[in-house]
Structure formats: structure tokens, C-alpha cells
Design a protein around this ligand. Sequence first.
Ligand code: G4P
Length: 528
Amino acid sequence: MDYKKAVQSRRTFAIISHPDAGKTTLTEKLLLFGGAIREAGSVKGKKNSKHAMSDWMEIEKQRGISVTSSVLEFLYDGYHVNILDTPGHEDFSEDTYRTLTAADSATMLIDAAKGVEAQTKKLFKVCKMRGIPIFTFMNKLDRQGRDPFELMEELENLLGIRSYPMGWPIGMGQSFSGVYDRHNKKLELYNPENPKEIDVIQLTGPDDPKLDEAIGDEGLVSQFREELELLDVAGDEFAPELIAKGELTPIFFGSAISSFGVQTFLEHFLSLSPAPTPRESSKGLIEPLENQSFSGFIFKIQANMNPAHRDRIAFLRITSGKFERGMSVKHVRVGKNLKLAQPTQFLAQSRSIVDEAYAGDIIGLFDPGTFRIGDTLVEGDNFEFDEMPHFSPEFFSAITVKEALKHKSYEKGLQQLTEEGAIQLFKTYNRFVEQQIVGVVGVLQFEVLEYRLKHEYHVDIQLERLPFSFARWADGPTEAMEAFKKTQRNLVTDRDGRIVVLFENEFQMRTAIDKYPEIKFYENSFIK
Ligand code: G4P
């Protein structure tokens, strides 16, 4: 296949949402359109999604690839779509954030009755930091939700992003009748008796009498016309260049469970979302279309995909070039050549061996312990992609090994888990007795840590929860930093020796920020 064509047809994106907004449902419907699965319900066992923590290993076994984020791919209308799954619930972890570094755009899924929720807000921030386009799908229109204008206002007030509705709903909940596509001037009719059967009517515009005929409710139609007029007059204009920069989000309305509005969303999304985007590296921007030699970076390492073999899979995002099975690449950090013999790709739930893949694709590499998060693999060149940031953990525990004699295995295990990115390890700064502190984004990671150290390294540990909720990487002029370090009690250093401050609550954090205007406090280790 022509290289440029293959790359231009790739779309790699993540769905960001709060648990229960309908991400599994939407993913399933997208895969159904792409023919990647045949029936709904095969993405993951729904009942498993609200598991008790102690079930973690069992769930890992059953789900195979779902506990930490996985990748699903499907073909649609000449496009090759990769969906990066971002786990929620208790399995929310730093992986969820890191996955976003491998995406070229994001779809923000919002329950129209609930609006912007906590987890969505956190994930949105990471997307914003990267400046990637963000598409919004307002879900569950078949139920009574909030006023669409109010939802738009919330996007602006809570997330600071302007929006442009690509469609506009007619009614909601009991009165939900359909969505008008502002671009194609098409009316999609919702039939509650048989929601899967969607009638599409081509209109000349919102004033077309066919609309009155189709909806048959005067009140609804006139309300819709008024709202649309208001949007046209007072709303933002459609601006693809702002969408591309992540400054304007196109909004779609629908009901994932009834597959309503999903196809329209998919089609607009594919035409507006970017093909694989360039990445910064030590030799400048690596443009996928201009650099046809293979390069990529590891954004996630997942252990125990198959507990029987205890293998690890490193997920690699191809940044440029074409991957071919058996090819030899350079592992830049260790300065060695590697043969990529058995890489896997993920189609719905199964793994399969991949023979070729292009920029934008994600492949899974068997990892006998050679990879770290952020590692670069290149063909015939020698550069490294920019460092992968660490994100602020939200739960902290002091960690000690129970048997002093096992200290060596304990350190080895901790190092491995830190490199995989399962945990972040800090050390107390300037304390008489040095203490190791583990930080995680999702509380389930503590259990994973305990389990893996016990089963893989035969080490029992003791974790003592600490009262902190925020970590901020601190940086500033030397003198100011020295003064700051003298007065702060809860200072730690990260793996690379950077100074990090731990705060118990937002008030404490605010006070420090106000008190030390010369010092910058970063939410992630990506200090610029
Ligand atoms: P998640 O992955 O984001 O956590 O959400 P998931 O798809 O599992 O959906 C959460 C719940 O919301 C599910 O109901 C699902 O059926 C429902 N849902 C998803 N999309 C829509 C929609 O468009 N309209 C309505 N009314 N509901 C929707 P549940 O009761 O938790 O599970 P189930 O018993 O239905 O499987």
C-alpha cells in the first residue's frame, strides 16, 4: 500500500469520560459499525466493570487485556481507526493519562444528565496540555438530561473550552424526537419503539416544512427553531483551525445505547480529526509523512497479560514509518539492536500477530524486561522522543519491606514496577532517616503493587497510608528554591532527583503557591 495513503487513513484517538457515562457502550457501537465485532456485549463483561478490589487478579485473567488500557482497532469507510481505551473506576491509573500521550485526538463522552464530572475534568486537562483536538459526545439523550445550552456553558466554565454543536437535539427524554445535523441539513428521527431504525430526512434547512411533518409536535419544533436561531446568532462559528488546536470542541448529541447519533458522529469525527501527528524528539519534530523510516515510543507496559506465562507487553505507538514483522530496530536508550519478532495487535478482544503496521498504529511488543516507559525505538537513526511526563499521584503510602534479608529483591521489584510506570517512587528529602514513599493515581495500584511484589519477587511489604492528596514538582531560581526547601516539611525527590512537594489538601497547596510567587508548581514532571 502507498505509504502516504496508509498513514493519512489512520485515526488514533482516546475516549475520555467519567465512569458510567457510556464509554463501553459507545466503543461497542463504534466497533459494530466497523464490523470488528458482531454483537454488542463483547467489549468487556459489564458486570465486571464494578469489581471489588480483591477481584483484581481474577479480572485480569478473565478480561485478558482490559484491566489496564488497551487498544481496539477497526476499519470504516477507508479509515483505519485505533481506539485507545482509558480505564476508569478503581483501575484508573497513571496509565490512563499516559495513554493520552499516544492519541492524536480525544472524544469526550458526557452523560447529558450529569454534565462534566471529575474524571472527565482530569483527563481533559491532559488533552489540553497536549493541545489535541477534543470532540464531545453528549450521551443518553433518550433520558431527561440538562438543557443543551447549560451543558455548553459548563464546558466553557469548568473546562475553559468553547464549543460548536454539529447537531442540535429536538426534545429530550420522553420527548426526544431526533437530532438535526447542522452541516448536512439532515434530520435523524428517533423512534423510541425501535431506536435502531433511524429514519434520515434530507431538509433544505431548519425551516423546511418536512421537519414539522416528521416531528408532528408544534411546540417542540418551534422551540427547536428558536434555539437553532440563537445558536446561529450568538454561538461560535464553525472553525476547523480552532478545532485542530483543541480550542473549540464540536458537540454531537445522541444515545449510545440505541446507536443513535453514533454513525453521524463517527463520520464527522473521521473527516475532522487529524491523521497521525508529529512528535518532538532530540532531533526536532518527527513528521510521519516526511519520515518514512520507522520510529516509535513505548507509552505503556502491561504485566501479567497472561498470568501463566507472566509475560509483559510494552505498547508502542508508531510515530513514523512502516513496521514489518522481523525488522531490526535500535533501542536507543540501551544502544542495542532488537529484532521485532512477534508483535501483537489488538482487534476487539483478541490479540493477533501483526505483520505490518504504519505510523499512528499501536503494537504490543513482548517485553522480557528491556523496556521502560518513554523508550524510543528507531530504524537506521539515533534520536529519542521527548520524555514522558509523570502525573501527580493522588494516594501516597510509606513503604517498607517486612524481611530485611529480602532487601535486594525488594529494590529490584520496586525498580521494575517504577519503570513500568505502575507506581511512582519518592524519597523523603533531607530527613535523618530516609523513607521511601509510593505514589499512585488510582488506589487499586497499591493492591497490584503488593500482589506483584509477593508473587513475582517473593517479598512481603508493609504500606502505611499517608494523608497527602497532591504532588507538585517545584522549580524556580536557585536562591528561591533554597529558601523554599528550608521551610517546607513535606518535600520528597522523584526518581530523577527532582524536588516534589506533597500537600494534604488544596488549601495547603494554595497557601504555598501564594507564599512563594517565584516558585512554579507543576502538576506533572513535564517542567518546561
Ligand atoms: P462506562 O463504560 O462509561 O462506565 O459506561 P457503560 O457503557 O458501561 O454504561 C453505563 C450505563 O449507562 C449502562 O447501564 C449503560 O447501559 C447505560 N447507557 C449507556 N449509554 C446509554 C444511553 O445512551 N442511554 C441510556 N439510557 N443509558 C445508556 P447499566 O444499567 O449500568 O448497565 P446495563 O445493565 O445496562 O448493562
